[in-house]
Each structure stands twice: as C-alpha cells, then as structure tokens.
Write a protein that binds this ligand. Sequence first.
Ligand SMILES: Cc1ncc(COP(=O)(O)O)c(C=O)c1O
Length: 329
Amino acid sequence: MARPKITRITLATLPTPLEDGGKLPSGANLWVKRDDLTGLGVGGNKARKLEFLCGQAIDNGAKSLVTVGAAQSNHCRMTAAAGARLGLPTHLVVSGEKPNRLEGNQLLAEIFGATLHHTSLAATDWAGLEEFRARLTQQLVERGEKPQSIPIGGSTAVGAIGYALAFDEIIEQCAKQSIIADAIVFTTSSGGTHAGLVAGLVRARAQDPQKHLPKIVGIGVAKGTALNSRSITDLTNKTLTLLGQTERALETDIVIDPNYMGSDYAVATQAASDAAKWAAHRGAWVLDSVYSAKGFSGLLGLDANREFNADANVIFIHTGGLPSLFTSH
Ligand SMILES: Cc1ncc(COP(=O)(O)O)c(C=O)c1O
C-alpha cells in the first residue's frame, strides 16, 4: 500500500532545550524538555502538531483554518498563530460567553487575527463543541472558504507525527548529554502528544529491540477526553501507519494516570498549585494550573510513591500554557 503524503511546514523553533532540573526528592534526576519554548505564538506543545496539520491543510488547498477548544485553549491560540504565519483566516470555536475584555489565550488569538466564535457551551462539553465546529465548517464550505477543520487539540494521527519526532529529538539529546532516559512524563488531554510519543517509542524499539527506552507516562487532566488506553492505542497505531511502520503499540506501552486531575478539567488542585511553586522556585519554570502544573504534580506524586529508582533519569515535557496565567479567573 502506498504511504500517504506527509508534508511538514516549519512553524516551531526546534530542538527545544533539555534542561537539567537537579534532583527530585527521591534522588532521581529531573530533566525538563522545554516544549513551552517552541516559539510559535508564544510557544507550547501544539506547534509540533501544527507543523504537520498545516502541511496537510496546504496539501488540501485549504483557504482557511477552523478549530475548537476550551475558552483558554492553548491549541486555539497556537492555531491562530499558525494561521497568521500562513496567511490563512482562522476560526476558533471556544467554550463560554464572549467576555467584555479578552484575556490570555483569547487575547493573543485576536491579536493574531483569528475570529473567535463563543459558543456559551461548558468547557467540558467536548461533544457540543465538536458539533459546533462541524456546523461552522459546513457553513464555511458553503461560502467557498475551503476550511481545513482541525479537531480538539489537533489530536489526529497527522498531528501526532509531531510528537513521534519529538521522541526521537529527546533520545538524540539524551545521547548527546550522556543521559539514559527512564521515563518521560507529561500532561495528556486530547491524546495526540501521548500517541505521538508512544509511536516514537514503538518505532525506536523496532529499530533496536535491545535499546533501553523510557517509559511514557501521561498524566490525565480531563475526564471525557482521551483518558482510555484504547483510544490512545488506536491513535498511536494510526500514527505508526502514517510513519510507514507495521509494528503496533503494546497494551503496556500506554500509561495514563488519572489521579492528579482533581474533580475534572480546569478544577484547581492543591497538588498542582504546590507543584507549580516547586517548579518556579527550582528552575523558574512557569506551569499553568489547567495543564502543565497538574502534569508536574503527577511526576512529583510518582516520585513520592517511589515509582522511579533513586538514580533514574526522569524527563518532564513542559507542554506550555503560560497565557492562561494572565486571566482573571
Ligand atoms: C499546555 C498544554 N499541555 C498539555 C496539553 C495536552 O496535550 P494533548 O491535547 O496532545 O493531550 C495541552 C492541550 O491542550 C496543553 O494546552
């Protein structure tokens, strides 16, 4: 079967730094992969996915971009930035009412020239938001605007390729810095980052079955998104197919820890607030309460439970989220 065409356009500043984070309380070594510094529209994990999602849009002859997310969606803000870079009008479907004054990610999205569609829907009404995106996409098609419509979080197999390559980037950086990585921990929500990393792992294992490769550990932050291992496995395997690999993810490759999200998406937790303080004081890393601080609270929690050996090398992928710090609620 012929491999589908995959087009990448440069949007991110890569490789991102891998910083020495010193010792965790257990004695394990912490490394911080600074994907908050990917550059595009003030940075974050979505830049890696958008390089491939926008490549696909260009291949499809798209004349506009559409996507969807929570009111303070980093993915929406970064899609707006990509639209600005490519000269494509960008429509963002977001939860909540139109505020009197735009803040954080919405303010940046407007600065990048995107059109915001406030739906009045709850941030956790993922299905309702996706329906709104489908309706808007249809209207844009009827108006001849040729939209490329991107699902929540940009978590398609095409988008996930960005994180399969990020896995390679991490392993290469580790080799250069003489680090043998034991675990990669990060925040997972719509699942594309997770599926991409596991696809990278499966591909690396196929290339060298003897090589010591890190365990991939996603810390879940939203009920009702890709919190089950079946959907991540499916997305991983679709990503592997796009990469031309016939190998498949094992059930044990998919680890999603739901114990650090609190009661649901964007609901504050004490552990996340403590983790954000720890990271800010240790390395001046700025974590946001919705995503990266919950992910890092998971890493600290696993460390406290002695999940890592005393001399292990644990990599935290800082996936971004800075703009939501500049919001009043
Ligand atoms: C800052 C940040 N971290 C992590 C994630 C989770 O990434 P994914 O949706 O690929 O699971 C997101 C998604 O919106 C995010 O904005």
